[in-house]
Design a protein around this ligand. Structure first.
Ligand code: 6R9
Length: 566
């Protein structure tokens, strides 16, 4: 691999564009670049996807299989009257149908939105409402438990495809039967580079989740960053442990690996240290992309377990989603013989922006350097927007010069919220960071109250709103509390309405209510009662002050605190 400096000086986005096979008139389609172009090159028989099921079975799909199956799915959408621009949602675990639906939807020119299957009904409702879902593909169990009661509130939701049942009741469709009835020929839609392809929801501090819109041209960035930051090559056997319900599982768990022609392994099961080492060994994984929470859990399981497996095929390991502790980098180098390479990006940026390159020395604890084609800086507020701080190790907001292809093109229906992310040609990430004198970036913290738990971004407002629905709750504030393994865990503080007593039974009832509404991935792990919560004079709950008090930290500026609440 060329050195970092060589890559940066020789890089242009036009050269990156030229690595893909475009359609005439400057059009393209992510699914074609990911799958079908490998058939044109005679690579149709190579294995694209190896699926490991929960119960131990496995199934391989060649690039040709995925091409034909996604054609069938695109035809299925057309037969149901679904057109270009319509929104197809999935609520599935990591099963092959999810990947086929994603690729088929893109081929048909639809906007695809994968939802995390551990979400409860509330996050599902808000995401389907905001995006105006027209089609949902799911399982019978997930439908019954999480969607059926919402259906009356979702007038745009025309079709529900069930992958594991004949769908004979409630107007559901039998996915397998419909797929079998379709042909394997489909003319992939040639999309303009700026047409929307993917919708990924992310959380803010206030308000509803934000639907970040990504366009077909994003594939240019997915492809090149897959090569540069993950070192993907077509003979790799690659495992991305992220779920496609989160952006890592789409950008680097579907698009980048396929455009780079690798064999991608997906595991349906949840984390289990022994199972993971078995997968790495038996599947002869060469490139592995995972998250700090998982790495910390592997550290807990001990190096001996790792060393009892043959992990000699691993040649590159990368991590994303949360700060990767320097100890984890050192542990991995000792245990695997190679270190984890941390990289940084966001749902909004669509692809990796800052990384410890394969050809670059890893600085344990640092996120690395900006990728070629990306300018990153530390900025601070100034009179007319923001200005760059160049002094090494000064803390400020991490900002990126706009203009790379995988950048979101908006938050759906929320132009104002979107515009607030920019100043003086910079995209403002909302993260605090610093840059050292060698040009490496270091994560400091978030500039807002959003919580990162086990790599998942959680909006406190979404959790507070669900708890407020409980009859006993008068006020709720939700914060992230540091946790050794998950980075942060969600903790809620509840002030009760008159007439309700802070008993253990009520606490458990609130926990149960939150889990039912939000699902286990989002619900608070802990709930505590407080007589009242710190608020500003205008009535806003001061989560930051609550957090400082909980952790015994300095309280900072409390000039806006309502005095009688102190
Ligand atoms: C890809 C993804 C984005 C937020 C981001 C930051 C945190 C991501 C990180 C990291 C420290 C890293 N984050 N990578 N923090 N070191 N290497 O995770 O997207 O779910 O939108 O989260 O995650 O706070 O702003 P998303």
């Amino acid at each position: 691999m060329p050195s970092y400096d060589e890559e940066v000086s020789g890089f242009s986005w036009d050269a990156a564009r030229a690595l893909l096979d475009w359609f005439p008139d400057g059009k393209l389609n992510i699914a074609y670049e990911a799958i079908d172009r490998h058939l044109q090159k005679g690579d149709g028989d190579r294995i694209a996807l190896r699926w490991l099921s929960k119960n131990g079975s496995r199934k391989d799909f060649t690039y040709r299989d995925l091409s034909l199956q996604s054609n069938r799915f695109a035809n299925l959408l057309r037969s149901l009257g679904i057109e270009k621009g319509d929104r197809v949602y999935s609520l599935l675990g990591r099963v092959p149908e999810l990947y086929i639906a994603a690729l088929g939807s893109l081929k048909a020119g639809c906007v695809f939105c994968p939802m995390f299957s551990a979400f409860g009904p509330e996050p599902i409702r808000s995401r389907m409402e905001i995006g105006g879902a027209n089609v949902l593909i799911t399982t019978k169990r997930l439908y019954k438990r999480k969607v059926s009661a919402l259906r009356k509130d979702l007038p745009e939701l025309k079709e529900i495809l069930i992958i594991d049942d004949d769908g004979s009741d409630e107007g559901l469709r039998d996915f397998a039967a419909l797929m079998a009835a379709e042909t394997e020929d489909f003319k992939t839609e040639a999309m303009a580079p700026e047409e929307t392809a993917l919708l990924h929801f992310t959380s803010g501090t206030t308000g509803k989740p934000k639907g970040a819109m990504h366009v077909h041209e994003a594939v240019v960035a997915h492809h090149i960053t897959g090569r540069l930051a993950l070192d993907l090559r077509s003979d790799d056997i690659y495992w991305c442990t992220a779920d496609p319900g989160w952006i890592t599982g789409t950008s680097y768990g579907i698009i980048a690996p396929f455009t780079n022609g690798v064999t991608m392994v997906i595991d349906e099961a949840e984390f289990d240290a022994n199972r993971w080492y078995q997968i790495l060994a038996e599947e002869k994984i060469t490139v592995w992309y995972t998250a700090p929470t998982a790495i910390r859990m592997l550290m807990k399981a001990g190096s001996e377990l790792a060393k009892s497996h043959d992990l000699s095929h691993l040649r590159f390991m990368a991590s994303v989603g949360e700060p990767l502790n320097p100890e984890a980098v050192i542990w991995s180098a000792d245990t695997f013989g190679i270190p984890f390479h941390d990289n940084w990006w966001q749902t909004e940026t669509g692809g990796i922006m800052i990384a410890n390159y394969a050809s670059m020395g890893v600085k344990p604890g640092s996120m690395g350097k900006p990728l070629p084609g990306i300018s990153a800086a530390i900025v601070e507020k100034s009179d007319n927007g923001v200005r760059e701080i160049t002094k090494p190790l000064a803390i400020g907001e991490l900002a990126l010069k706009t203009g790379w292809p995988s950048m979101m093109r908006g938050y759906l229906h929320e132009e104002e919220r979107y515009q607030k992310c920019f100043a003086n040609g910079w995209y403002l990430s909302g993260d605090l960071a610093m840059r050292d004198s060698d040009g490496y970036f270091w994560f400091v913290g978030r500039n807002d109250d959003v919580i990162k738990s086990a790599g998942h971004l959680i909006g406190p407002f979404e959790v507070e709103s669900a708890l407020m629905e409980h009859e006993a709750a008068a006020e709720v504030a939700v914060i992230g509390i540091a946790d050794e393994t998950a980075g942060e865990i969600v903790k809620a503080f509840v002030a009760l309405k008159l007439g309700h007593k802070p008993t253990e039974d009520l606490r458990l009832d609130l926990v149960g209510h939150a889990r039912k509404r939000l699902g286990p991935a989002v619900a608070p792990k802990d709930i505590a009662f407080r007589e009242n919560l710190p608020k500003t004079r205008s009535g806003k709950i001061m989560r930051r002050l609550l957090k400082a008090r909980e952790l015994g930290l300095p309280e900072g500026d409390i000039s806006t605190l309502e005095s009688d609440e102190q």
